[in-house]
Design a protein around this ligand. Structure first.
Ligand SMILES: [Mg+2]
Length: 365
């Protein structure tokens, strides 16, 4: 490897380290956690609305700049770890993916996995590759995106690596935690449990369609909200944490590859089946409009479109009202879409007749 290349790559890591320097650097930090710090999350936000130091920073003894980071564990909690990679031409196309939103999404998709366990995110690490000659503004934009998402959810960056490659790839690793015994697995669903989904699935797939057809003009048109759902999905962290804290979810998964496929994963892990009803299924006004104007049935996009990063979870019938109350208090739609059965995966159309899906969802291989 030529020396200049190494120097350039080092420069990018230094840039990351500069942007994500600990706000506590130079200050004495205690190795003991107060109860409030131990919880992580957004408690550090001052009442005035000015972001205070994210509680997770108090657990960082050494951030970027040594061989590994050094952080403090929290007693009574289990560690959650997840990693994801976004690959140019597979997961995104540069011409219609603003760099800042790409950076945000790279972190959000991993935060979504922490949400699906009922956990709170603590820290993240990134590995990024980019081709020689890429506009530095694009890399800066990605870093800006990391920073805005990191600040929004109080998740410090504690490690980074960059390398040259023919395409842009971003790998994100997020560490999180949840009180021991409160982790919500995919395997806890039992026949009779009700299946819920947050938000309006299918919007991301619709947004992708519009972006593919109209490029960034999609961000100005009537499907703007759907395009943004694709480019900048919101990890449902508060919902995941509350469902775990209130012991409402018996099983949970985040919708990365489509409701149908992710539900299949959940039922397989639980050794059960499921029945989904399209009558009453939550779809957005944008998806309804698209379906009406193009004559495309919305069921396929809503059930098999990927990258919604909504939460799909099950709850006991006795807790249905509590789920509704939580949905109201969070201002986040949580809609009953079906129930867990003994075996199989059946979809019932709005007309009461069985629906056969052409494909379950996005298969990676
Ligand atoms: Mg997941």
């Amino acid at each position: 490897m030529k020396k200049t290349k190494v120097e350039n790559e080092d420069a990018f890591v230094k840039e990351l380290a500069k942007r994500f320097a600990s706000p506590l650097e130079g200050r004495q930090t205690s190795n003991r956690l107060t109860k409030k710090q131990g919880r992580g999350g957004r408690e550090g936000r001052a009442a005035s609305g000015v972001p205070a130091v994210a509680p997770a920073w108090r657990r960082v003894i050494k951030s970027i700049g040594d061989d590994t980071s050094v952080t403090l564990p929290s007693p009574g909690s289990v560690l959650l770890t997840t990693t994801d990679t976004l690959v140019e031409s597979t997961h995104f196309e540069r011409p219609y993916t603003p760099a800042r939103l790409l950076g945000r999404k790279a972190l959000s998709v991993s935060l979504s996995d922490i949400a699906a366990m009922g956990g709170a995110p603590l820290f993240f690490l990134v590995s990024i590759t980019f081709p020689a000659g890429i506009d530095k503004k694009y890399i800066d934009g990605i870093y800006d995106g990391f920073k805005s998402c990191s600040d929004e959810f109080g998740v410090p960056l504690i490690g980074g690596n960059t390398a040259r490659a023919p395409i842009v790839t971003i790998s994100t690793t997020v560490l999180g935690e949840v009180k021991r015994g409160r982790e919500v697995l995919r395997s806890g669903a039992r026949p009779g449990d009700i299946i819920f989904v947050t938000g309006t699935p299918g919007d991301s797939a619709l947004g992708l369609k519009v972006l593919q057809n109209h490029g960034l003009k999609a961000l100005k048109g009537r499907f703007k909200r759907a395009a943004l759902r694709h480019l900048d999905p919101a990890p449902r962290l508060s919902a995941g944490q509350e469902l775990s804290r209130l012991k409402l979810a018996t099983s949970m998964i985040d919708v990365s590859d489509g409701v149908a496929l992710d539900l299949k994963r959940l039922t397989q892990a639980s050794g059960a089946g499921a029945e989904i009803c399209l009558s009453g299924f939550p779809i957005s006004k944008e998806l309804k409009l698209f379906s009406e104007t193009t004559g495309t049935p919305w069921g396929e996009l809503a059930l098999s479109g990927g990258e919604d990063y909504e939460l799909l979870f099950t709850a006991r019938p006795k807790d249905e009202k509590k789920v509704a109350a939580l949905s109201r208090s969070l201002g986040l739609k949580m809609t009953r879409i079906g129930r867990i059965t003994e075996t199989g995966l059946n979809v019932i159309g709005a007309d009461g007749r069985p629906v056969k899906l052409k494909r379950l969802g996005f298969e990676h291989f």
